[in-house]
Design a protein around this ligand. Structure first.
Ligand code: PEP
Length: 249
């Protein structure tokens, strides 16, 4: 038996509608049929509650949260609100939020801490830019990002790390198995170094242009415990083969 069960999470970003929740039915069916793999979808905030109603057992998550419980933070959503809507997970530190909203490692860490304290699965994203990879600093950059973005101890929810090279997100430029193997080994070593045995149980997802035709190869890499999938999670036709690949890996 594997130490870590595979996990595949769809990130719908700022896409989706009530009508598009119809995709959840066949995705949930496929997840049940595949067996041995956990599957989630993170729709925009407004779709969390209706998605939970139609989840068919899929884990529904949010794409971000605020670190504070409540207060004067216009436009923000707390972990308690996300939980009340029925979500079981939250993505924090996605590179689009780090870039668009100038989120720092410390802010990402505070969000992860709040999510874990609420009993949510915190999916913490890290990844290097193309320029950083070109000069060979990618491992150093990602491990430093990880060190700053992960909270020290936690008793509540589960911590998941998503390695998402910025240059691979939404570009079709998927990382090679060698790139992924190198980075996931470095992340695993950092997690074990910091958390001991607990670090060995943290799932590390790969994200960045995962599609039906590359999923099997990526999921077969050592220390790849599944994927965080953007574009290819929007329809059952595109997402179901990725779930099947994870189940077989
Ligand atoms: C993402 O946004 O997390 C992502 C991996 O996107 P895509 O699969 O579209 O590259």
């Amino acid at each position: 038996m594997h130490l870590r069960r595979k996990l595949v999470v769809g990130n719908w970003k700022m896409n989706g509608s009530l009508a598009q929740l119809a995709e959840l039915g066949p995705i949930a069916e496929a997840a049940k049929e595949a067996g041995g793999v956990d599957v989630g979808i993170c729709p925009p905030f407004t779709l969390i509650a209706p998605a939970v109603t139609r989840s068919g057992g899929l884990m529904i998550g949010a794409q971000d949260c605020h670190a504070r419980e409540s207060g004067a933070h216009t436009g923000c959503v707390s972990v308690a609100m996300i939980k009340e809507a029925g979500a079981r997970a939250v993505i924090v530190g996605h590179s689009e939020r780090r870039a668009d909203n100038h989120e720092t490692d410390a802010q990402v860490c505070a969000k992860a801490e709040a999510a874990l304290a609420a009993g949510l699965i915190a999916i913490v994203c890290v990844g290097e830019t193309e320029a950083q990879r070109k000069v060979g600093s990618h491992v150093e950059v990602v491990t430093a990002m990880l060190a700053g973005s992960l909270p020290d101890g936690w008793e509540g929810g589960e911590l998941v790390v998503a390695y998402e090279p910025v240059w691979a997100i939404g570009t079709g430029n998927v990382a090679t198995p060698a790139d992924v193997t190198e980075m996931h080994a470095a992340i695993r070593a950092a997690l074990v170094g910091r958390f001991g045995d607990k670090g060995d149980r943290i799932r590390i997802l790969y994200g960045g242009s995962v599609k039906a035709d590359n999923a099997a190869e990526l999921f077969a890499c050592p220390d790849v415990d599944g994927g965080l999938v953007g574009g290819a999670s929007l329809t059952a036709d595109a997402f179901v083969p990725i779930i099947a690949a994870a189940a077989k890996a």
